[in-house]
Write a protein that binds this ligand. Structure first.
Ligand code: ATP
Ligand code: MG
Length: 362
């Protein structure tokens, strides 16, 4: 009998035994399992277990089913996770990657589609903001080049045709002098444009520095007004100043640049005031700010033009103003800002009014 043999073996060898036996009658396979119980090196007894595998078959099958079900569920969960991650993270990231590549290639009109999740929304908003800023810069650059080309093309066309006439001797010597003067005017206009452009670029650069000193704004205004006296007389413009010769209003600023600011504003007033019109120059000081207001009569500036009046090359009522190039106010505003000041414009009932303020120096 196997059981007896196994127990003997277990006692003799002090080792576990395991054996199987198939019953001829019922064809069931039995197993025997003996474990020695050893104390002080001697086998004192043995634990014997015997049974059939049959009871375990369903359990084994169950375990296999469970393993497959778990594997299946795991794969399902993994696929679900992949789908969710793709939808929430991977796809938006791919969109962003595609958009940034298009932006890098120069197409600033593209935007990241609005399908990002909360986590990625901030990033996609930043990319879209960057694209819109680049688009604005590109538009400004294109407009700037168009304006420069336009402002240079017209004088060059005039100069070319005048020179042609002079060279072909088609006009009397009197007219030749007249044409030569016109050519000189156009050349001066072009050089003024180039100087203004270079000046604007210079004052907008990061290394531009103002030479600060204590400056009397009232005195600068008096000097600027005096410079354009001949135009006021010629156009019979009535010029009124609200402060007397003893008034002084001090700020800390760059005198040469402050002269440039007031020359531009007074020159504009002189240019855009019609004959027999009037100009009013006011100045005051309240301990904190020095204010200057220059108002002039005329056609005024339309509400559509007002928001753009300080932009480069912007000319209100374009058809009538062919003289200037539209850089004066852009330079003026930039210089005022660099001095820590402000400039505002109003236009009502044909009166244009430029209000400037600088921090006062006591
Ligand atoms: N005092 C003013 N009264 C009415 N319109 C004005 C006045 N100042 C400026 N403008 C309008 O604003 C526009 C822009 O002025 P800005 O001084 O920048 O350029 P500009 O005078 O045309 O040329 P420039 O570069 O030679 O000064 C002018 O073309 C004019 O239409
Ligand atoms: Mg001007």
């Amino acid at each position: 009998m196997i059981l007896t043999r196994d127990i003997e073996k277990c006692f003799n060898d002090s080792k576990q035994t395991c054996s199987t036996f198939i019953n001829d009658t019922n064809r069931v396979e039995y197993y025997y399992y003996t474990v020695p119980f050893i104390r002080q090196g001697q086998v004192k007894g043995a634990i014997v277990y015997h049974g059939t595998y049959q009871g375990y078959a369903p359990a084994a099958n169950m375990i296999i089913v469970l393993i497959w079900a778990t594997a299946f569920l795991f794969c399902g969960a993994l696929s679900l996770l992949y789908i969710v991650l793709s939808k929430k993270i991977v796809n938006p990231l791919l969109d962003m990657n595609k958009t940034t590549r298009q932006i890098a290639a120069g197409d600033f009109s593209v935007r990241v589609p609005a399908n990002s999740t909360d986590e990625l929304k901030e990033l996609s908003d930043s990319i879209n903001y960057m694209a819109s800023q680049l688009e604005d810069t590109e538009d400004a650059r294109r407009r700037f080049l168009e304006n420069v080309s336009h402002e240079l093309r017209s004088p060059i066309t005039v100069i070319r045709s005048m020179l042609q006439v002079i060279i072909e001797k088609k006009v009397s010597s009197d007219k030749q002098v007249y044409y030569t003067e016109m050519i000189l005017n156009e050349v001066l206009r072009m050089s003024q444009l180039i100087n203004d452009l270079m000046d604007l670029t210079h004052i907008q650069s990061s290394d531009f520095k103002l030479e600060y000193e204590r400056v009397d704004i009232a005195e600068l205004l008096r000097r600027s007004i005096a410079k354009f006296e001949s135009i006021f007389t010629e156009k019979k413009i009535v010029m009124r100043i609200t402060f007397d010769e003893y008034f002084a209003a001090y700020i800390r600023g760059d005198e040469l640049r402050l002269v440039q600011i007031f020359d531009n504003l007074i020159k504009n007033a002189a240019s855009y005031t019609p004959e027999t019109g009037d100009i009013l120059v006011e100045s005051s000081e309240d301990g904190k700010w020095v204010s200057v207001t220059i108002s002039n009569s005329g056609e005024g500036i339309s509400p559509e033009d007002l928001p753009y009046i300080f932009e480069r090359f912007y000319k209100a009522n374009k058809a009538r103003n062919s003289e200037g190039v539209g850089l004066g106010l852009a330079i003026t505003k930039q210089l005022i800002i660099l001095h820590g000041g402000t400039i505002e414009v109003e236009s009502t009932n044909g009166v244009s009014c430029f209000k400037v303020a600088f921090p006062a120096e006591i």
